[in-house]
Design a protein around this ligand. Structure first.
Ligand SMILES: C[S@@+](CC[C@H](N)C(=O)[O-])C[C@H]1O[C@@H](n2cnc3c(N)ncnc32)[C@H](O)[C@@H]1O
Length: 328
C-alpha cells in the first residue's frame, strides 16, 4: 500500500478532519490534500512526522489497511463551519440566475452531485420540484439529513450516499432528472479519476432537454493569504487542478454536442471576526501559534469597519443544455 493511502487510513481511523490532521502532523492543509488526493510523494520530513504521529496514537503503520480509501469520510465538523461562512450576502444564486437569464432548477427534478452538508441544496430547494442529493461522504450527509429532518422541505429531498455510477445502476436506475448540479464537486470527481464514469452516469440519468451546471473555485484572496502565510504557492496547484477539471468538463460537453457556456463570478467568504479568520488560517496553513501575529498582519487587509473579515472567491460556472435545438 502506498504512503498516501496509509495517511488517509490513519486519519480515518482516528476520524480526524484534514485540517485537524494536517495540524497534528505539522504540515500545511494544502500539502496534506495533495498527498491524499494527488498521491504526491511525501518528503522525508513528512514521513518522519507521520511515523511519530502513528507512534503517539498507537497505530502500527505496517498493519494499516483493509478499509476502503475510496470513501472520504472527513470528520465533517470543520467543513460545516467553513460552509457557514461562505456567500453570506447570498450573491451566488442571484448572480448565477442573472448570468444565465434563467433559473436552471426552477420546478425541475434536480440531481445534486457532491451536495456535502447541503449548503447549496438548502438555498434552492424551495424552487425545485424534487431534489436528489448524492455524496460519497457519510459525515457530510448526516448533517444534511439532520437539516432535512427538521425542515419543511425534508420530504422533497432524497439523500443518498454513494458513487453516482453505482447509483445509476441501482437506486436511481429508473429515475430521470431535468437538471444536474455539480456544486464545487466536479474537481474532486476528476481528481479521483472518476470523471468519465460519473459523466456517463449523468447522461444515462438525463431527461430530454435537461441541463447541467457545475460551479468551482478558480481563484480568490483566501488562497493568496494562505500562500503568503505558508510561504509557498501551493494553492496555485489547487487552482490549476480546478481549472483543469473545469476544462475537461467543457471539452467532454462540447464533444458530445452540448450547447454550453461558462462564466466567471466572484463571491465572498465572510468570517464574523478576526479571531475566527485567524484560527482557520492557522489550521489551514499548518503554521504554529507563534506565527499568530504574522497571520493577523496578513489577514488584516481584509477586515472591514464592522469587524468582519471578507475574502473573495472566484468561481467558474459551466452550464450546458442537452438539446441544442432548444437554444436555436
Ligand atoms: C467542496 S465540497 C462542496 C459541498 C457542497 N456542494 C457545497 O457547495 O457546500 C465537495 C463535495 O464533493 C463531495 N465529493 C467528492 N468526491 C465525490 C464523488 N466522487 N461523488 C460525489 N461527491 C463527491 C465531497 O464529499 C464534498 O461533500
Amino acid at each position: 500500500m502506498e504512503f498516501c493511502d496509509k495517511i488517509k487510513l490513519a486519519r480515518k481511523k482516528l476520524r480526524l478532519s484534514q485540517h485537524a490532521f494536517a495540524k497534528e502532523l505539522g504540515i500545511a492543509y494544502v500539502t496534506l490534500n495533495r498527498l491524499e488526493n494527488e498521491r504526491f510523494h511525501p518528503s522525508y520530513d513528512t514521513q518522519k512526522r507521520f511515523e511519530e504521529f502513528c507512534a503517539r496514537h498507537n497505530i502500527n503503520i505496517l498493519e494499516l489497511g483493509g478499509a476502503s480509501v475510496n470513501q472520504v469520510d472527513l470528520g465533517s465538523s470543520d467543513y460545516n463551519e467553513w460552509s457557514s461562512y461562505y456567500d453570506k450576502s447570498n450573491n451566488e444564486i442571484r448572480s448565477i440566475i442573472e448570468s444565465l437569464k434563467e433559473t436552471p432548477w426552477l420546478n425541475k427534478r434536480v440531481l445534486e452531485v457532491g451536495c456535502g452538508t447541503g449548503r447549496f441544496t438548502e438555498k434552492i430547494i424551495s424552487q425545485v420540484s424534487t431534489l436528489t442529493a448524492v455524496d460519497i461522504d457519510s459525515g457530510h450527509l448526516d448533517i444534511l439529513k439532520k437539516k432535512a429532518a427538521s425542515s419543511e422541505w425534508g420530504s422533497k429531498c432524497k439523500i443518498i450516499l454513494g458513487e453516482l455510477y453505482d447509483l445509476a445502476e441501482n437506486e436511481l436506475s429508473d429515475e430521470k432528472f431535468d437538471c444536474v448540479l455539480f456544486t464545487w464537486s466536479w474537481r474532486f470527481i476528476y481528481q479521483q479519476g472518476k470523471a468519465d464514469r460519473v459523466y456517463k452516469a449523468v447522461k444515462k440519468l438525463l431527461a430530454p432537454s435537461a441541463s447541467i451546471l457545475s460551479t468551482m473555485t478558480i481563484g480568490g484572496q483566501w488562497e493568496d493569504a494562505i500562500d503568503r502565510i505558508v510561504g509557498t504557492r501551493e494553492s496555485d496547484r489547487e487552482i490549476n487542478m480546478n481549472r483543469a477539471a473545469n476544462q475537461y468538463l467543457i471539452d467532454i460537453l462540447k464533444k458530445d454536442g452540448f450547447c454550453n457556456t461558462d462564466f466567471i463570478q466572484t463571491n465572498y467568504f465572510e468570517f464574523p471576526s478576526m479571531d475566527v479568520a485567524q484560527r482557520l488560517a492557522l489550521e489551514m496553513s499548518g503554521v504554529g501559534d507563534e506565527r499568530k501575529e504574522k497571520v493577523m498582519q496578513i489577514l488584516s487587509g481584509n477586515i472591514g469597519g464592522d469587524g468582519k473579515v471578507r475574502f473573495s472567491d472566484v468561481i467558474q460556472c459551466i452550464y450546458a443544455k442537452s438539446d441544442k435545438r432548444e437554444d436555436g
